[in-house]
Design a protein around this ligand. Structure first.
Ligand code: GUN
Ligand code: ZN
Length: 439
């Protein structure tokens, strides 16, 4: 028996998860149960296996939800997204630096208003759940209120979520600017209030090197040293104009990434979005220090930034997760992100297999965040966050699915044709957090 009925629930259906990276382990990296059972006790995985083998171990009066005909996978992990940019998704006609000035800074300036921040945070997290994303690493804005809003909303939904106050003390409008000292003090207060509370974690968040002084970057390193276990999130080497600007602002640096390295900001739990215009030495430094890359395909295409080199990242041994990067990105759906990731790899002469794609969206993302001991797969004891995918969600998806004969083909159809409509349900700690109702 895996527990008493009161605290045990079970979910029956086709189940898939990963125990490692398919790019390294091949087929040995995944576990697949065509008729499986996922047993959850107190929000964590208590058992997983073929339904016919383990049904007998479930208490007779435990609720067993029947998801047969659907595919159950671990909840998706979005390693880079800006909740405050929800309202400027799909903003026309600019590349990164102009896009920031024209659309991003004005919309982020509104997050000093706690009511506005709360309303956007609620909408944003509901959207994540509608898309099957159960963990995200999130940029707030310069304002402390923006951090309180996203953490309060995440905690109300029992989500495992990382977020932080954006630090920027130069080259931005006054409405979104802090100072090195105020940014340090505000971050410290927010770490004390939120880091380690329930499933929440704090990330020191220097936006990117051009909008921080050297003093601010130095204080970021100090915050990390003073608070072991906290995270860092930033952007690096996204756009060629940005790279040239960093070379002007930091003339002593060997490369853009070297600026962060200089201040001790490459380390485990540091996640850098984009990582497009890097060289071999940069990738080696990321691997050696344990920092992670967030591959943001929809954003990289939408802002015309360039093509992420997934093979080089893998060959260098760097941790990689996927990011939607909304509002630079064009969708909060991890399935849409996998579609565009596949195309980015195609343009780079590489192939993203469906197994590796779903690994990156789940356990790979969790490993990039150093949360793979808690989420990302159905290993016994892990937190039971999962998504239930519907292969018949749309007429075209159903039609294509009918012709699939292998799991790989099925996953590929989900990632190329799927979106929020394919998310039948999302569960957080075993409990239902979203169920699709409309067609
Ligand atoms: N670089 C600095 N800030 C941002 C941002 O908000 N979005 C993207 N895509 N890149 C950035
Ligand atoms: Zn970003």
């Amino acid at each position: 028996m895996v527990g008493s009925a009161g605290d045990v629930t079970a979910f029956r259906g086709e189940i898939l998860d990963f125990t490692g990276d398919p790019a390294t382990l091949g087929d040995a990296a995944h576990r697949h149960f065509p008729d499986g059972l996922l047993v959850v006790r107190n929000g964590c995985v208590a058992a997983l296996g073929p339904a016919m083998e383990i049904l007998a171990s479930v208490p007779a009066d435990a609720v067993v939800t029947d998801y047969r005909g659907k595919l159950i996978v671990p909840g998706f992990v979005d390693t880079h997204v800006h909740y405050a940019q929800t309202d400027i998704i799909a903003s026309y006609g600019a590349q990164l630096l102009e896009w920031l000035e024209r659309y991003t800074f004005p919309v982020e300036a509104c997050f000093g208003d706690p009511d506005h921040a709360r309303e956007v945070a609620e909408f944003f997290l509901d959207e994540l759940l509608r898309n099957g994303t159960t963990t995200a690493m999130v940029f707030a804005t310069t304002h402390r209120t923006s951090v309180d809003a996203i953490f309060e909303a995440a905690n109300a939904r029992a989500l495992r979520l990382i977020a932080g106050k954006v630090l920027m003390d130069r080259n931005v409008p006054a409405s979104v600017r802090d100072s090195a000292d105020s940014g340090y003090a505000d971050s410290k207060a927010l770490i004390a209030r939120w880091h380690g509370r329930d499933r929440l974690a704090y990330a020191v968040t220097p936006r990117f090197a051009p909008t921080s002084t050297e003093r601010q970057l130095e204080l970021c390193g100090r915050l990390l040293d003073e608070h072991p276990g906290i995270f860092l999130q930033s952007h690096v080497a996204e756009n060629r104009g940005e790279v040239a600007w960093v070379a002007e602002l930091y003339p002593w640096s060997r490369s853009y990434l070297d600026v962060y390295d200089h201040y001790g900001l490459l380390r485990p739990r540091a996640v850098y979005a984009h990582c497009i215009h890097l060289d071999a030495r940069d990738r080696q430094r990321m691997a050696a220090t344990g920092a992670a890359m967030s591959f943001c395909a929809t954003s990289n295409l939408f802002l015309g930034s360039g093509l992420f080199d997934a093979r080089a990242a893998h060959d260098a041994g760097v941790r990689v997760g996927l990011g939607t990067d909304v509002g630079g990105g064009t969708s909060l759906s991890m399935l849409r992100t996998l579609d565009e990731s596949y195309k980015v790899c195609q343009l780079a002469g590489q192939t993203l297999s469906p197994f590796r794609a779903f690994y990156l969206a789940t356990l790979g993302g969790a490993a990039a965040l150093y949360f793979d001991d808690r989420i990302g797969s159905f290993a016994i004891g892990k937190e039971a966050d999962f998504v239930v995918l519907d292969p018949t969600a749309t007429p075209l998806l159903a039609r294509r699915m009918a012709r699939t004969t292998t799991l790989a083909e099925k996953l590929f159809a989900f990632m190329i044709l799927g979106d929020d409509r394919a998310v039948h349900a999302t569960h957080v700690l075993g409990a239902p957090a979203h169920r699709r109702t409309s067609v």
